[in-house]
Design a protein. Sequence first.
Length: 276
Amino acid sequence: MARAASSRRKAVNTAIVGTIGFLMVFPVLWIVVLSFKSEIDAIRAPLQVLLSGWTFDSYAAVQERSNYVLHFYNSVAISLGSTAIGLIIAIPAAWAMAFVPRKHTKDVLIWMLSTKMLPPVGVLVPIYLIFRDLGLLDSRAGLIFVLMMMNLPILIWMLYTYFKEIPGEILEAARMDGAGLRDEVLHVLTPMALPGIASTVLLNIILAWNEAFWTLNLTAGKAAPLTAFIASYSSPEGLFFAKLSAASVMAIAPILIMGWFSQKQLVRGLTFGAVK
């Protein structure tokens, strides 16, 4: 009896998890399906869409209309650049807060996190005017700076959490052996927290890759990443669902592939220090 009840409970849990997983994945799968349809077929009823013919015309049209390689290069440069600069700032900041805490360290951490609650549109006008005067509009350098500052609180918070899991006695032993501050951070702390740092880097790259608000408002064409590439298929005449879907697939495919191959590292980093 108990075994039968356990089996039923397991089956119900599996069905619930499977249903939730399908609902989460279905929008992406539907975008992939629509990307292989014509514009006429893409706006039909779901069953008619599935039964209609398959074509690569939308992908060909997207390639002819837009410079995908340029947008892809901009996304890579902006994501990696903002992550690298943010990491250079975040590692020393998280080290100081974790191992040399002051009276108001927790207040500073909470303040940094509170900046993420500020609506970006509230500071769009001053940042736009500053970028205009500095000549940073439609530039990769400007977007790298904005996205680095936007994601810096998350970088510091995550690294601070990982560094707190490392016993301070290890760093004290390194100091007794003659390690300076630079050696302590680079050769002792960083290798020990590498799983956490790796997951932080991956998450920051994903956030920068998917950022749309700043990229749409601070770029026009030269520095536009893939988020702007997708938005270009929404026009006053309406939405071109098939081409929009094809552009979306081309934009999300690289980050999905990266996430797929790095999922073990990401999970390992997110659970770093959870079990002692």
